[in-house]
Design a protein. Structure first.
Length: 239
């Protein structure tokens, strides 16, 4: 699967040495290493560490044009959705959603490295700031509404693991929606209703939300009723 152009990328610079990554017991057999080596040499990327792997891609942390970035490459044993994700993110970036995209092709996606923790891990903390959590919910719901109105369905909002929170600066909480590899463009979207289900139905995250915000059953039902009205009137009129 390696590119023929990789023949022109050969050099002995230790900056581009990826031998340690090849030996990784988890991702060693998941990546086209020839293609990756060509990528980092052509784009003068220094790999720093493995961030993780998903069902369709492997993600590295690296340095590109003096920026800390995330580099996603396709898994060799899965459907390649890297170009699709890059094109979706390029569109969502126009309305300030998702990590900023720098470059992408069929074989790689170079994007902003998002610092923070996912929603599930955030909620595992003992002490929770109620005002901060309300800000996170509000920010998430607004982003989901924008996705709905732009007719892009993320597809995995309800699980919560693709919502990343950076609260290092308490005066400016940042919420990112990441991993658009399964997203779709279309007439019917479920981002806002999925987010409502995530925060306010009967999931683990919902129960934690009720505890933190002291939400009663009546208040929960009111939220669900508003969501039903949104589905019935707003989505109907938009689409």
């Amino acid at each position: 699967m390696g590119s023929n152009n990789c023949k022109n990328c050969k050099n002995g610079n230790s900056k581009y040495n990826i031998s340690n990554y090849k030996k990784d017991p988890i991702i060693g057999n998941l990546v086209d290493w020839e293609e990756l080596e060509c990528l980092i040499k052509k784009n003068d990327i220094k790999l720093l560490e493995i961030i993780g792997k998903g069902h369709r891609g492997v993600v590295f942390k690296g340095i590109f044009k003096n920026k800390i970035v995330a580099i996603k490459v396709p898994r060799i044993n899965s459907k390649n959705t890297v170009y699709h994700e890059g094109s979706i993110l390029k569109e969502t970036n126009l309305f300030n959603i998702g990590p900023k995209v720098y470059e992408f092709s069929n074989n790689y996606l170079i994007m902003e490295y998002v610092e923070g923790i996912n929603l599930k891990n955030y909620l595992s903390q003992k002490y929770m700031d109620k005002k901060e959590y309300l800000t996170i919910i509000e920010n998430t719901l607004k982003q989901c509404l924008r996705l709905d109105f732009h007719k892009i369905d993320h597809g995995e909002i309800q699980g919560g693991k693709h919502i990343i929170i950076n609260n290092k600066d308490k005066s400016k909480i940042k919420v990112y929606i990441i991993d658009f590899d399964k997203s779709k463009r279309g007439k019917i979207t479920h981002n806002f209703t999925s987010a409502i289900s995530l925060f306010f139905t009967k999931s683990h995250i919902s129960r934690r939300t009720f505890d933190i915000l002291n939400i009663s059953e009546d208040e929960r039902n009111q939220i669900i009723n508003i969501t039903k009205l949104y589905k019935k009137y707003v989505i109907k009129n938009v689409y």
